[in-house]
Design a protein around this ligand. Sequence first.
Ligand SMILES: [Zn+2]
Length: 203
Amino acid sequence: MKITFYTTFFLTLHFNLTILAQDVNYSYFNTSSENLKKFLLDNQNYMTGGNSENPYFQGKHKSVYIKFYNTIGINVTFDIESTKDYVTVVNEISERANFRYKYCSDYDEPVVYNYESDGGNKIRYNLEKKQISVQYPSKLSSILESNDGLTTVFVCLSKQAYAYHTNLKCEGLGNCDSDIAKSTIEKVTKYDYKICEICTREE
Ligand SMILES: [Zn+2]
């Protein structure tokens, strides 16, 4: 009995220390927006909390700035100061969330990595800004989601091309020796284009 107790205690302690060693971890992106807000309030980590401002709620946990926006459902951005922490959480997201696709619709913009948590949170980040953004599931966002067809995509207008791309900088498009057309998923799927494997591959 005693041995079991000490082992459990040790493991719990070790787990907590691991969590404390970095300012933010995957559970921040995986939980509901209500839980996250409650956590910040309980720890007195909020800064503003009106309903009229945009962001309408802001918190700071150690060196991580957390901002709540009400757009299509609730969106929260996490600005992470420490590069080490940013790299660690990006790796955690990559291990624990489901990869969806890379997205980019402008050569001047960074490629955005799109993930989804088991609870349906859409998690996005790029490698130029130390920011993670989370879009929480809501009735409105699921209506728009069923209309995913409106997402901007790209196709190479050569006769051999059969895939559409969510990432304008995709190497699959780099081989295109014809014009590149901008369209939507809804339109291109009517012409039997299938989503590009490279755009939906994580690395
Ligand atoms: Zn592609």
